[in-house]
Design a protein. Structure first.
Lengths: 611, 219
């Protein structure tokens, strides 16, 4: 270990996150590989090590014998300052080598607030920030992850983006890069050829011009580059790689457990939900596969918990059988099984009892809207009756904490809808009084609200976000309407939501803004410790841009949107139709009841959508 | 099955794993090795596993002691092999046996240390250190649960010797492990407080061996 590092580590918080050496880390002989990949996660170790996508791709990239992929995370502030002071560059955990030893910096970016950290990590690697200033082929700086569905704000800094699922695409790209390195191609030659790999978006091959009002006038692809980049998906999840020997952190991380992914995509079509559209089509794993992989992973890691991941767990058809299969292994070993994201409408006593056998956690429901009219408008198929029925069963079963999540500022929301949130919480308290077995323990209902952020590739991608002031007015209204002391109300601040709204639907002109925010110290801004709203507003201002243009402006449906170049499968016509139905408070049945021909199926040749 | 004892090393990158995280890490290693730990009875069952003397973050050791109980019979001689196959880097089980002594009998720790001096001659520092630690009492201000207070660390040092290393002064000492417990970092703290000119730029320690009151090796 670096001598300088040895002196620093005893002084920083949780030093084990900066050392590597965990069980199941992958070590290779440097001289035996052709490409060294620094897999960079632009947030802390604790967050990155909880990320299933990162774990899967670490293993798929390392499955290539000519590649050694290592992990890099962003150091927390104390470590960051110590490293700067001692002149220690950012390094990868496995080898401890600084990033200048690597051929590829591959970032996994899942949220907008990580953008400035990406810039910071490029800088800490000793590289020029801008793609155009890095003239050599290597190191190549690439980005994948769900934030890439609108890559535009980051395009100035990144050589190429990977759109969609990386299991196959990453390795195709690495194979091409290996050839390029051997044959000494120029960077532009490599990028041109890479743009022909399905799912690869090379922003430098596209030219954007703007109207006077700031909207896009044209978006032109260079000769040979695809007009639109079609998202890549894995067709068969059962045969897709899933690491049953993931790295076991030696220090606490956010989700310290075995993660089993039940399916990708979502049958629900909630109109506010970007994830519900960008991960389509729906592809499920067989319960046999999941049980086998789960047991293997538990044996190989020694974890005490396993959790079932998906966008809507209770929509997994063989859920009961899967739980039985897993519990058979888990129960006798005191291993906990947890299911996040259950829906209030088909939550069954059966499933609940199964979980109760091992450990009992609180109930969480994402209700989103305060009235049936609004929930219909956003296509959130939860009725108050369902919710109360579920709660009644839960209270009778001994549960006494319920968390309810809502968004304020959804399209068509009125004050009546907001007061409806308070009313609903009150009725849940009443439901507890009528059903609880043991009333001595009391009941705790937590209501949380966040400010709605319209996202690209969702039916609300044209919508305006409400202003900060309006959000705070709605918060006050709700606060005043809650009058039960069993109900606790938490609200997220609006400042981050405004910045997120700007970045998520931003265009290329935001590049210099990101750079300025980073130069003024912006990094790890998903953490309130480091987020600075004023810094963003000033940077926008310096570059003649406004938050309102991006966040609170309704787009015309014929406007060229910055992310139109990315085709996630779902057709724009479908999104428009869904938006119209919102205004008419009209429901769209879930994919299982009736396929609404969203278009995502064309991503899978010969595949079948499990909707 | 009766109580078993492990002696293990915690060196290299593993020295930065905190005590609490180490307990967790070891529990998972047992689970990976297919060794089922016995759980306590009661409302909130926890595995019966305990480390004799918690080790500070940053300090290495070749003599850590872990007591545990298993659900089923196991051959102690085979346990190190099974456990070492599933350990993170830097943690290595040396042996496993049925405990001979009680943890409360563990009285002394033999430690080594390196005091690094970036801009001061090692030979000169060695002499100053020898003189300093030859004092009859070394009273430092120590943080305790009840706030700060004076404390004489000298009685907790049974023996201490210094030697010249390449870029550092090397230390070897036998210090009190329990009642009172002397954290080796206090040796460097004492210099900072009482003899700042001798305070090293960096100090590192390693536990070497555990002893009983009569200097017999603790087993």
């Amino acid at each position: 270990m670096d001598k300088r590092l040895e002196r620093i580590l005893p002084r920083v918080q949780k030093p084990a996150r900066y050392t590597g050496g965990e069980y199941n880390q992958i070590i290779k002989e440097k001289s035996s590989v052709d490409l060294r990949v620094a897999f960079c996660f632009p947030d802390t170790y604790e967050i990155g090590m909880s990320n299933l996508g990162m774990s899967i791709l670490y293993h798929t990239m390392n499955s290539l014998d000519y590649v050694w992929c290592e992990r890099v995370f962003a150091p927390w502030g104390d470590m960051y300052d110590e490293m700067k002071r001692a002149g220690i560059p950012l390094y990868a955990l496995e080898s401890g080598d600084s990033l200048d030893a690597f051929d590829v910096l591959a970032f996994s970016v899942g949220y907008e607030m990580a953008y400035t950290t990406v810039l910071d990590m490029i800088d800490q690697a000793g590289l020029p920030l801008k793609s155009s200033e890095r003239t050599a082929l290597l190191p190549l700086v690439i980005v994948g992850g769900s934030a890439a569905v609108n890559a535009e704000p980051m395009t100035e800094f990144i050589d190429l983006f990977l759109i969609g699922e990386g299991e196959e695409m990453n390795n195709e790209l690495l194979a091409l890069l290996r050839t390029a390195k051997h044959e000494g191609w120029s960077k532009s030659e490599f990028l041109r050829r890479a743009s022909r790999i399905g799912g690869v978006y090379v922003p430098s091959l596209y030219e954007v011009s703007y109207h006077r009002d700031g909207t896009i006038a044209s978006f032109r692809a260079a000769e040979g580059a695809p007009e639109r980049v079609l998202k890549r998906v894995v067709v068969d999840l059962d045969s897709a790689p899933y690491p049953t020997n993931p790295i076991v952190p030696s220090t606490e991380v956010v989700h310290d457990r075995v993660n089993l992914e039940l399916f990708r995509g979502c049958v629900r079509g909630c109109r506010f939900c970007q994830a519900g559209y960008i991960y389509r089509p729906i592809r499920a794993k067989k319960p046999e596969t999941l049980i086998r992989q789960g047991v293997e992973a538990l044996q190989n890691t020694g974890h005490e918990d396993v959790t079932l991941l998906s966008l809507s767990t209770s929509d997994y058809r063989p859920l009961a059988g899967l739980c039985d299969g897993l519990l058979e292994y888990c129960e006798s070993r005191s291993i906990g099984l947890s299911l996040p994201s259950l829906r209030a409408d088909n939550f069954s006593m059966e499933i609940m009892e199964k979980l109760q056998k091992v450990r009992k956690s609180g109930l969480t429901f994402a209700v989103e809207g305060g009235s049936q009219r609004l929930r219909d408008a956003i296509n959130k198929n939860v009725t108050e009756e369902d919710l109360l029925n579920t709660c009644a069963i839960a209270f009778a079963g001994g549960w006494n904490t319920v968390k309810l999540y809502y968004m304020l500022g959804l399209p068509t929301e009125t004050d009546e809808d907001i007061i409806g949130i308070a009313d609903m919480a009150g009725r849940i308290v009443h439901c507890w009084r009528e059903n609880a077995k043991n009333k001595n323990r009391g009941v705790k209902i937590t209501v949380s609200t966040s400010c709605f952020i319209p996202k690209p590739h969702s039916p609300f991608q044209w919508e305006a976000q409400i202003s900060r002031e309006e959000y705070l007015r709605r918060v006050s209204l709700l606060r005043a309407s809650i009058n039960s002391r069993n109900v606790i109300y938490n609200w997220h601040d609006a400042d981050t939501s405004v910045v997120e709204a700007v970045l998520s639907r931003g265009d290329r002109r935001l590049g210099p803004v990101l750079e300025e925010v980073w130069r003024n110290g912006g990094r790890l801004e998903a953490w309130s410790d480091y987020f600075d709203f004023q810094r963003w507003m000033e940077a926008l201002d310096h570059h003649g841009l406004s938050a309102e243009f991006y966040a609170s402006r309704e787009r015309r449906t014929d406007e060229i949107l910055p992310w139109d170049v990315i085709d996630v499968g779902v057709r724009k016509e479908h999104l428009k139709r869904e938006r119209e139905k919102c205004f008419a408070s009209e429901l769209t049945p879930d994919c299982r009841h009736k396929c609404s021909a969203c278009g995502a199926l064309r991503l899978m040749e010969g595949g079948k959508c499990d909707g | 099955m009766d109580k078993l004892r492990l002696r293990f090393e915690k060196t290299g990158r593993a020295v930065y794993i905190s005590h609490l995280d180490l307990m967790h890490t070891l529990q998972r290693a047992f689970s990976r090795a297919g060794l089922e730990l016995k759980y306590s009875e009661g409302f909130n069952p926890h595995p019966q596993i305990s480390i004799a003397l918690p080790l500070s973050v940053g300090m290495s050791s070749v003599c850590e002691i872990l007591d545990f109980k298993l659900m089923t019979e196991a051959d102690p001689a085979q346990l190190p092999v099974h456990l070492n196959a599933v350990m993170p880097e830097g943690i290595r089980v040396v042996e496993c046996y049925e405990p001979v002594h009680k943890v409360s009998q563990l009285k002394y720790l033999e430690i080594t240390g390196t005091f690094e001096y970036d801009a001061r001659p090692v030979s000169e520092m060695k002499n100053t250190l020898e003189t300093f630690f030859a004092r009859e009492s070394i009273v430092i201000t120590k943080k305790t649960k009840r706030g700060e207070g004076p404390s004489d660390i000298r009685p907790a040092i049974r023996s201490i010797a210094f030697a010249e290393g390449k870029d550092a002064v090397l230390l070897r000492a036998v210090i009190s492990a329990q009642e009172p417990t002397l954290n080796p970092t206090l040796l460097a703290d004492a210099l900072r407080q009482l003899s700042p000119a001798t305070e090293p730029d960096f100090a590192q320690f390693e536990r070497i061996e555990n002893y009983l009151e009569n200097m017999e090796i603790f087993r």
